[in-house]
Ligand binder design. Structure first.
Ligand SMILES: [Ca+2]
Length: 319
């Protein structure tokens, strides 16, 4: 073999080695890139996930099965956090209270959402600023007649600030009649919860006494037996199984149902909406005033008419 041929062979050999090295390097880069896109353990690579459907975003921490999922609404009128209650049955009523809480019975409800907090003065003011008291479309026939005849244009004590009412107390629960609560909910594109929905959101499915279970009520869990209302969410230890706050105490909450002492004996087992007619509307959850009245999740207040306004009566919305 002459010298020229030896040089050509060495050149070809070095070139092949270089190509092989380049091929190996490109292969390594390619597989590293794929590994990043498709990790061997997808669950470990993601600590949070979110899905967006129909204008709302739901975020769930990790891959757990928490039932306290929260939804942030996209409403232009009442943009607040709502808790989700899954479809299913729950135990309604109690043998520990008055006769109107019996018989204890199982009720099936479709899925629904409920405001996490009682409606505040701040939220209610948006409705007022949107001329809520001037638009008949938001009111029931009776509610419109009531505000028209009495020239009512704002909640009681709104202008005086008594009982933490009005724009000077933005984070406190608004104090309103059932008529006013209904109108706000209608304007917001929501509705008042049924009595059954309110009770399920407060106590979960297992018939517990309070939102937190059977532990005795105390001043860390609810605002009750005090001198006035408090801003929403001040008692996180009293949170319900679905994540609602102040279901016990602070202010009583209107629900959509007419009151009947004997309704539980004849109510439908699926999505009950209360009697067709009545004189009084139901209030739920007790309030800051009382130390031992209406605070159990099954407790029912029976003696308030739809126009009643009081220093301890508010509401929250459902949809
Ligand atoms: Ca309450």
């Amino acid at each position: 073999m002459d010298i020229a041929m030896k040089k050509d062979k060495r050149y070809i050999s070095r070139m092949l080695t270089g190509i092989a090295f380049l091929f190996v390097a490109l292969t390594v880069v390619y597989f590293c890139s794929c590994a990043k896109k498709n990790p061997a353990n997808p669950a470990a690579a993601t600590t949070a996930k979110s899905t967006t459907t129909a204008g709302k975003t739901t975020s769930t921490a990790g891959t757990g099965t928490s039932n306290t999922t929260s939804t942030v609404t996209e409403s232009k009128t009442d943009n607040v956090e709502m808790i989700s209650v899954a479809a299913g049955s729950f135990i309604m009523g109690s043998t520990a209270g008055d006769a109107d809480e019996q018989p204890v019975h199982t009720v099936y409800l479709d899925a629904f959402e409920l405001d996490k907090y009682e409606v505040t003065n701040e939220r209610y003011k948006v409705f007022m600023d949107a001329r809520g008291y001037s638009n008949q479309a938001y009111w029931t026939k009776e509610g419109w007649a009531w505000i028209t005849e009495l020239k009512i244009t704002e909640p009681k004590w709104w202008s005086t600030g008594e009982w933490n009412s009005g724009p000077g107390y933005p984070k406190y629960p608004v104090l309103i009649s059932w008529y006013e609560a209904y109108a706000f909910a209608k304007w917001a594109g929501k509705r008042l919860p049924t009595e059954a929905e309110w009770e399920k959101a407060a106590r979960g499915t297992d018939g517990r006494t309070y939102s937190w279970g059977e532990g005795a009520i105390d001043s860390t869990r609810a605002n009750y037996g005090t001198k006035g209302s408090t801003p929403g969410g001040n008692y996180p230890a009293g949170i319900s199984p679905y994540g609602a706050l102040d279901m016990t105490g602070n202010v009583w909450e209107w629900v959509s149902d007419w009151y009947s002492e004997t309704y539980y004996g004849t109510s439908p087992g699926s999505n009950p909406k209360g009697p067709e007619t009545g004189t009084n509307k139901v209030l739920r959850g007790g309030s800051w005033i009382y130390a031992n009245f209406g605070l159990r999740c099954a407790g029912r207040d029976a003696d308030k008419q739809a126009f009643t306004r009081h220093s301890n009566i508010g509401f929250r919305c459902a949809r």
